[in-house]
Design a protein around this ligand. Structure first.
Ligand SMILES: NC(=O)C1=CN([C@@H]2O[C@H](COP(=O)(O)OP(=O)(O)OC[C@H]3O[C@@H](n4cnc5c(N)ncnc54)[C@H](OP(=O)(O)O)[C@@H]3O)[C@@H](O)[C@H]2O)[C@@H](O)CC1
Ligand SMILES: Nc1ncnc2c1ncn2[C@@H]1O[C@H](COP(=O)(O)OP(=O)(O)O)[C@@H](O)[C@H]1O
Ligand SMILES: [K+]
Length: 467
C-alpha cells in the first residue's frame, strides 16, 4: 500500500528520526536521492545545465545540497536565491563545488536542461510570489523537478490557490504527501519518486491522509473460487440498468459485471433491453436472488423505481448515474459512484467547487449517506464514513469516455456480490478499471466496451503474479 501522510505527521516523524541521527543526516539523504533522480532524468551529469530555484527554508536547502552534488560531478549549476536568507550550509556547499549563485533573474543564464523547484516544501503556504512566477516563466519547455512537492500547492488537501509549479517529476522524501495523489494538485506533481529517509518506523501509527492500492494489495483482495466453489457460493450480482433511451448503459454495466469475478449475473430491465443484453451476454439470467445490486446506469426516468426495487432486497447496492439523485437517506454497506457533476447536484454545490476540493466533498458525502462514496475523476477517490480515503492512481485520460462509468459500476457490483466489503469493492474495482483501461489503451483511444473486455485478461496477469 502506498500511503500519504499529513505534514504534521511528517514533522513528528522527522524530529523522532533526527533525535537518533547526526545533525543534517536527513537532509543529506534527501539531497543524495534528489541528485540521483535528477541524474537519471538527465541521463548523466557532466556538462548538464541545472538551475536551482531556492526559497527560504529547508526545501531550498535540499536543492542547494543536491546542486552541490551535481556540480561536483561536472554539471553547470546556477542557483537563483528567492529570499534574503537561504540555507547557509547548502549555499556554502554549492559555492565550494563551483556552483554559481544569482540574486536576481538578470544574472541567470538563458537556457537549462532542468529546473529544480526548491522554492517551498511542506512548510509553504499555497500560491507563489511574483519573483518565483517570473523565474519559472524564464524556462518554458524545460523539465521541472519539484523538490518534495510542487511549490504553491496545498500539501495536505491537494487544493490549488494561486500560481503553483507544474512539475514533470516530483522527488519526495520519507513518505508521500496528499498533494501528490489528490486532484487537482496531483496533476501538478508529474511522475513521483520517493526517497527513503528511514522514517517508516516513526510513521507506523500515523493514520494516512490517503492511501493507494498497489498490485500486491489488489491481488491479495481479489475473490477467487476455492475447490468446492459452485456458482451460488461465488456470489450473484444483479444489474438494474438501461432504458429505451439508453439501452447501451445496460450492456456496459453487464459487461463490467461479467468479468468472471462472480458465479452469476442477473439483469432486470425493459424487455427489449433484456433481449439485447442476453444476445450479447448469453450467460446472463433474469430476476432472482442476488448478493448485490447495481442500479442506475442509463436508467433515465426509471432511476427512482430501480432504486426502490433494489432496496427492497436488503442487499448492498452500487448506486450510479440516474439513481443517484433519488438517494434520500443513509445507505450503510452501499457504494455511490458519482462523477463531480453528479456529486455537486447531490450536495447542492457548484461542480467547480467539487472539482477544486474533491477530498473534502467525497468525505462529506460518505458521512452524509453513511456509506462508501467513489468520486470518479482523473484520480478517483473512495471514501468511507469512518474518514478513510483511497485514491486510484491507475488509468489514463483516454478513459474519460462515454459508458466507462457503467462498466465501473458493474465491476464494483460484482466485487460486492463476491463478498468484498464496500470500501474494498469500490477501491479494488476502481483500481482494476483504471489498470484495464491503461492496458487496453496502449497509449491510444479507448471505448468503454474495450475496457470491459480487458478486465479478465488483466485479472489473469494479476493472479499469475505479473504486474
Ligand atoms: N520532513 C523531513 O523529514 C525532511 C524535510 N526536508 C525538507 O525540508 C522541507 C521543509 O522545510 P521548511 O520547514 O524549512 O519549510 P519550506 O517548505 O522550505 O518553506 C518554508 C519557508 O518558505 C517561506 N514560504 C512559505 N510559503 C511561501 C510561499 N508561498 N512562497 C514563498 N515562500 C514561502 C517561508 O518564509 P516566510 O515567507 O514565512 O518568511 C518559510 O521560511 C521539506 O519540504 C523538505 O524539502 C529534508 O531536508 C529532510 C527531511
Ligand atoms: N482525466 C481523466 N483521467 C483518467 N480517468 C478519467 C479522467 N476523467 C474521467 N476519468 C474516468 O473515466 C470514467 C468516466 O466515467 P463517467 O464520467 O461515469 O462516464 P459515463 O457516465 O459516460 O459512463 C471514470 O472511471 C473516471 O474516473
Ligand atoms: K518544492
Amino acid at each position: 500500500m502506498l500511503r500519504a501522510h499529513s505534514v504534521a505527521d511528517v514533522r513528528r516523524a522527522e524530529s523522532l528520526a533526527m533525535a537518533q541521527l547526526p545533525d543534517g543526516a536527513l537532509m543529506q539523504r534527501a539531497a543524495a536521492g534528489l541528485a540521483a533522480a535528477v541524474t537519471d532524468l538527465l541521463g548523466g551529469t557532466y556538462g548538464r545545465r541545472v538551475v536551482l530555484l531556492v526559497g527560504a527554508g529547508d526545501n531550498g536547502g535540499d536543492a542547494l545540497w543536491a546542486g552541490a552534488r551535481l556540480a561536483g560531478r561536472g554539471a553547470h549549476v546556477e542557483a537563483l536565491l528567492l529570499s534574503d536568507r537561504v540555507h547557509d550550509e547548502g549555499l556554502a556547499a554549492l559555492r565550494r563545488a563551483g556552483g554559481l549563485v544569482r540574486e536576481d533573474l538578470d544574472g541567470l543564464a538563458a537556457g537549462a536542461d532542468v529546473v529544480l523547484d526548491g522554492i517551498v516544501g511542506i512548510g509553504g503556504r499555497p500560491g507563489l510570489r511574483p519573483d518565483a512566477v517570473a523565474a519559472l516563466d524564464r524556462f518554458p519547455g524545460v523539465p521541472v523537478v519539484a523538490v518534495d512537492v510542487p511549490s504553491g500547492v496545498d500539501v495536505d488537501t491537494g487544493r490549488l490557490d494561486g500560481p503553483h509549479v507544474r512539475a514533470d517529476l516530483t522527488v519526495t522524501f520519507g513518505t508521500h504527501k496528499a498533494a501528490h495523489l489528490i486532484d487537482p494538485a496531483s496533476m501538478a506533481s508529474g511522475a513521483l519518486h520517493l526517497v527513503d529517509l528511514g522514517l517508516d518506523p516513526f510513521l507506523e501509527h500515523a493514520a494516512p491522509v490517503v492511501e493507494a492500492l498497489q498490485p500486491d494489495d489488489v491481488r491479495a483482495l481479489l475473490p477467487r473460487p476455492g475447490p468446492d466453489a459452485q456458482k451460488y457460493t461465488r456470489g450473484v450480482v444483479g444489474v438494474r440498468a438501461g432504458s429505451g433511451t439508453y439501452p447501451g448503459a445496460a450492456l456496459l454495466a453487464v459487461a463490467g459485471a461479467t468479468s468472471g469475478l462472480v458465479g452469476m449475473v442477473r439483469y432486470v430491465g425493459p424487455d427489449a433491453v433484456a433481449d439485447t443484453v442476453r444476445t450479447a451476454h448469453p450467460e446472463v439470467v433474469g430476476a432472482g436472488r442476488v448478493q448485490a445490486w447495481v442500479v442506475g446506469p442509463g436508467g433515465g426516468d426509471d432511476g427512482a423505481q430501480m432504486l426502490a426495487e433494489a432496496r427492497a432486497d436488503d442487499v448492498p447496492l452500487v448506486v450510479d448515474a440516474d439513481a443517484l439523485r433519488h438517494v434520500d437517506g443513509p445507505l450503510p454497506g452501499c457504494v455511490l459512484t458519482p462523477h463531480a457533476g453528479e456529486l455537486s447536484a447531490m450536495l447542492d454545490v457548484e461542480r467547480t467547487e467539487v472539482e477544486a476540493a474533491p477530498l473534502r466533498f467525497v468525505r462529506e458525502a460518505a458521512g452524509r449517506w453513511d456509506c462508501v462514496v467513489l468520486l470518479k475523476g482523473h484520480h478517483t477517490l473512495v471514501a468511507d464514513p469512518r474518514g478513510r480515503v483511497r485514491v486510484t492512481t491507475t488509468g489514463v485520460p483516454w478513459l474519460a469516455t462515454a459508458g466507462a462509468g457503467d462498466v465501473l459500476s458493474g465491476l464494483v457490483g460484482s466485487l460486492l456480490a463476491a463478498g468484498l466489503d464496500s470500501y474494498d469493492a469500490a477501491s479494488v474495482g476502481s483500481w482494476l478499471h483504471g489498470a484495464a483501461a491503461t492496458q487496453a489503451s496502449g497509449g491510444g483511444p479507448l471505448t468503454a466496451g474495450r475496457v470491459a473486455v480487458q478486465i479478465p485478461r488483466l485479472l489473469r496477469e494479476l493472479l499469475a503474479g505479473l504486474g
